[in-house]
Design a binder for this molecule. Structure first.
Ligand code: NAD
Ligand code: UFG
Length: 339
């Protein structure tokens, strides 16, 4: 049985929710995060939610010497690897920063894991590896690699690197989890997604409009081949997503050796205007929006076939769109109260 789980990127959005679920499930998470996109007080918040304070190391995964200190201090059973940069636009402007941080960082992490005979890994991949899908819902069998930006390519390249690592050493147990669109927040309002500057993603932008920080939402294109012309995505509550990692760990615990690939989504596609409608209902008033030109690189439709994760991991997302909107909104209001 696994006990000590190293969580890289554990103070980030998905990482922090996963640390909460790990503690709840009886594991001992150990966080490594260089705080490039999160704050150290997340550790206090995790303690407030769970009553347990996880070990935290403010280290960079590119720094092998620092990682060795962590592996020497804790007998790590498995690693959940969230650490990475994720801004699509920035990755186009600064590709080398993304290749260095995400790819070299992962290679360094695996090298140190091997030194300490730790061979169990859950990796944060993304639906972005499917590029513009030929068919929806997308199964894990779909073609991968058609990514249009360096961020997406890092996810694809890392998947390939991890498959090669397994070929070279069959004692590895690896889960590649392809996330669809995580939204929502912990219902306590203590942890959630709080991007710096102008949000790129839909839900944080919507909540900032709702709180009055921005005048209106720009809906990027209404001429896609979808039911109302706006882009369709598979939004999944971050707490559901976090629980998916526990399911993946349990799979690696019992079924050793292999590279296992799963979509983590709900299987339902909602358009931008569906999201506006659902959020307006939670808000109790219409959310202001304007139709704007398409955003470069966007695709029309992307949603998961979640069957394999349900069959092999026993994972099924349970939270609906209303809960996703309500928890996102609650978190935004809690942020405002703290200001
Ligand atoms: P996030 O930015 O909130 O969390 C990532 C964390 O990693 C941050 O706390 C950051 O400080 C840390 N980090 C970055 N580089 C590091 C390094 N070199 N060393 C140590 N720590 C480092 O992002 P998130 O939304 O929680 O995403 C987590 C993972 O899931 C990422 O790998 C991301 O690419 C992937 N993912 C996210 C989404 C999404 O829409 N949020 C979708 C698919 C995949
Ligand atoms: N959108 C708007 N206005 C906005 C922001 C987004 O209309 O201000 C639209 C987009 O055009 C798209 C939908 O809302 O149709 C969702 O956009 P997001 O930026 O929230 O999400 P994406 O699907 O573009 O990308 C996200 C992550 C990627 C990840 C991908 C698949 O940002 O990193 O999901 O997991 F790869």
């Amino acid at each position: 049985m696994y006990k000590n789980i190293l969580v890289t990127g554990g103070t980030g959005y998905i990482g922090s929710h996963t640390v909460v679920e790990l503690i709840t499930a009886g594991y001992t998470p150990i966080i490594v995060d260089n705080l490039s996109n999160s704050k150290a007080d997340v550790v206090d918040r995790i303690e407030k939610i769970t009553g347990v304070r996880p070990a935290f190391y403010p280290y960079d995964i590119n720094d092998a010497e620092s990682l060795r200190k962590v592996f020497s201090s804790h007998k790590i059973d498995s690693v959940i690897h969230f650490a990475g940069l994720k801004a699509v636009g920035e990755s186009v402007a600064l590709p080398l920063k993304y290749y260095r941080n995400n790819i070299t960082g992962t290679v360094t992490l695996i090298e140190v894991m091997k030194e300490y005979q730790v061979k169990s890994l859950v990796f944060s991949s993304s639906a972005t590896v499917y590029g513009d899908p030929e068919v929806v819902p997308i199964t894990e069998e779909a073609k991968v690699g058609g990514c249009t930006n360096p961020y997406g390519k890092t996810k694809y390249f890392i998947e390939e690197i991890l498959k090669d690592v397994y070929v070279s050493d069959n004692s590895f147990d690896i889960a590649l989890l392809r996330y669809f669109n995580p939204v929502g927040a912990h219902e306590s309002g203590l942890i959630g997604e709080n991007p710096n500057g102008i949000p790129n993603n839909l839900m944080p932008y919507i909540t900032q409009v709702a709180i009055g920080k921005r005048p209106h939402l720009n809906v990027f294109g209404n001429d896609y081949d979808t039911h109302d012309g706006t882009g369709v995505r598979d939004y999944i509550h971050v707490v559901d997503l976090a629980k998916g990692h526990i399911c993946a760990l349990k799979k690696l615990e019992k079924e050793a050796n292999g590279v296992f690939i799963y979509n983590l989504g709900t299987g339902k596609g909602y358009s931008v205007l569906d999201m506006v409608k659902a959020f307006s209902k939670v808000l109790g008033r219409p959310l202001p929006y304007q139709i704007a030109p398409r955003r470069a690189g966007d695709i029309a439709t992307c949603y998961a076939d979640p069957t394999l994760a349900e069959k092999e991991l026993g994972f099924k997302a349970v939270y609906d769109l209303e809960k996703m909107c309500a928890d996102s909104w609650h978190f935004q209001q809690c942020l405002k109260d703290e200001e």
